[in-house]
Design a protein. Structure first.
Length: 556
């Protein structure tokens, strides 16, 4: 900002309590707050429309721009008493983060509601008037999804006060990401026998030629050989081992997955090998693979037939059905079937999370049976596109590809997938998972920052990095939404657990490491402008460490 102008400093604040929970009353319905939006790559000045609380503790917050927003991204707005305050200053917001793609179109950040604090006024960074509404409730549109890298047919369910659209597949969608749906004309009688072609989205005004993204030169050392110069995953000398076949001690996604802008080639993880001598990988050399299970429970050597049989058995145990007109665990007939499928006591307690659905979920419940706690999540069972699996379908795909994942203590994998079937057929899925130990990493970071326990914070982030490296080593797939809200950390034991793995292996525009970096920067900027530097350095140190996978906790 030009130095000749005077600006009022505005800073955000989190609860002063060292507890991770936000107590009811700290935020008020109708209050204006700051929310960091990944969709808009910046900070939005928004208003609280609804607060969901259970037993005096805030569970979720609905904003005008986001339903069930991540509470770690919400902060109060206060007028700073003087310009000398340094922490939590948002007077000059950082540039929008690199969120989805290095080649993002200009339209992705055009007309966004970034905050500008100038001469005591809070307004939008772009002052041109918004275009009038293009669509009405009930209209069919094509939604340009950056997550799935394709256009998805959707229906408009509502229009927000900010000019955004609530779709059946996306809340608060930006108008520039929508295209009109054109109905196919009815065929003439003479051509009645000709097959109708599927409706296609109209082309964008500007077509950009796809160009291949070239990897920078990497030096990779193979056992008993000189460093090999590798570019774009191909070694320059014929006798060298390709990058994808080198021994792996840590893994990362590489840019060779992208050809052109927004086109995904693969969602697999390629190995990244540290410089220096390494032990040949038994998986690559043909020796029996190293298991992360205790020796007494190590599975027998896998053959394709044995693996297929094991996966089929796991899938048969994993899947079940509920016969009901609607899913309500309080209904006697639903409760009886549910507890029987989960093999829980008849006196188990089922509590709904105060109306909190979260995203596009249809409901969340907590089931308590003795010392055991389960989380039930009701989700839609219809695909948003013919080639995109539902969350439940993707869990089945994952367990078929990786039968051992259902017993991996690093993953909060579902213990049951229940199909809700009514008189007219299947209408939703219910995903049942064990409650993870510890607390969410976003809450742990907030508590330790205010307690000034930076050493513990850095240790935790290093352990998270090591856990992600183990995840990539074992499955060679990305998590899909690796962020502090989807990571549980137990300080006493150092156990790390990943939740919400329903998008594992689904092609996206980013990778786990970059996505985590972006979310940590966005989350910690309201605490301290440079807090993320030390935390991400510790995370990278753990992710790049050559430590072999370790067994955590007991078998699930």
């Amino acid at each position: 900002m030009p130095s000749s102008k005077a600006y009022n400093l505005v800073y955000s604040s989190m609860p002063e309590s060292q507890d991770a929970d936000i107590q009811e009353g700290y935020f008020q319905e109708g209050e204006v707050v700051v929310y960091h939006s990944r969709t808009h790559s910046g900070y939005l000045r928004t208003r609280i429309t609804k607060i969901h609380a259970v037993a005096g503790v805030v569970q979720a917050i609905d904003l005008t721009c986001k339903k069930s927003a991540d509470m770690a991204k919400i902060a109060k707005i206060h007028e700073a008493p003087s310009v000398e305050r340094q922490e939590n200053v948002l007077a000059e917001l950082p540039s929008p983060l690199f969120v989805e793609n290095a080649e993002r179109r200009r339209a992705d950040t055009y007309l966004e509601g970034l905050i500008a604090y100038e001469a005591g006024a809070v307004g939008k960074a772009y002052s041109e008037p918004q275009s009038p509404a293009m669509f009405s409730v009930g209209d069919k549109v094509f939604y340009n999804s950056k997550t799935h890298s394709q256009q998805i047919l959707a229906v408009v369910e509502g229009v927000t006060a900010d000019g955004l659209y609530d779709l059946d597949v996306k809340k608060s969608a930006h108008p520039l990401n929508l295209l009109p749906y054109v109905e196919s004309p009815s065929p003439a009688p003479a051509l009645a026998t000709a097959p109708a072609f599927p409706t296609q989205a109209p082309p964008r005004p500007e077509e950009r030629t796809a160009t291949r993204v070239q990897l920078p030169i990497q030096h990779v050392r193979v056992m008993d050989s000189a460093p090999v110069r590798v570019m774009d995953g191909t070694p320059t000398n014929a006798g060298a081992t390709p990058l994808s076949c080198t021994p792996s001690s840590a893994a990362e996604f590489v840019a060779s997955r992208h050809t052109g802008e927004g086109r995904i080639v693969s969602c697999k993880v390629s190995a990244a090998v540290p410089i220096g001598p390494t032990v040949p990988s038994p998986i690559r050399s043909g020796a029996p693979p190293v298991s992360f299970f205790p020796q007494s429970m190590t599975p027998k050597a896998n053959t394709p037939k044995a693996t297929s049989a094991a996966a089929a058995e796991i899938v048969s145990r994993l899947c079940g059905e509920l016969r009901c007109g609607r899913f309500d665990p309080q209904l006697p007939e639903v409760r009886q079937q549910l507890l029987a499928q989960l093999q829980l006591r008849p006196n188990s307690r089922i509590q709904e999370m105060g109306g909190f659905a979260g995203g596009l979920n249809q409901g969340i419940w907590i089931v308590t049976s003795g010392n055991q706690k389960l989380v039930l999540k009701q989700v839609r069972c219809q695909r948003i596109a013919s080639n995109i699996l539902t969350e439940a379908e993707n869990f089945v795909r994952i367990v078929k590809d990786h039968p051992e994942i259902s017993r991996d203590p690093l993953i909060a994998f579902p213990v049951k997938l229940l199909s809700c079937i009514g008189p007219e057929g299947k209408f939703s899925d219910v995903i049942c998972m064990k409650k993870s130990p510890g607390e969410r990493l976003c809450e742990f970071v907030a508590a330790k920052f205010y307690a000034k326990q930076m050493v513990l914070l850095q240790r935790a982030l290093q352990q998270v990095g090591q856990a992600l490296a183990r995840f990539h080593q074992r499955y060679e797939e990305q998590h899909g939404d690796f962020q502090p809200s989807n990571i549980y950390y137990q300080e006493k034991t150092g156990v790390v657990t990943f939740i919400d793995v329903g998008g594992m292996g689904v092609p996206t525009m980013g990778n786990d490491v970059d996505h985590f970096h972006q979310c940590m920067r966005a989350m910690t900027v309201s605490y301290n402008a440079n807090l993320y530097v030390d935390l991400l350095r510790a995370f990278d140190k753990g992710y790049q460490s050559p430590a072999s996978p370790k067994f955590q906790g007991s078998m699930r």
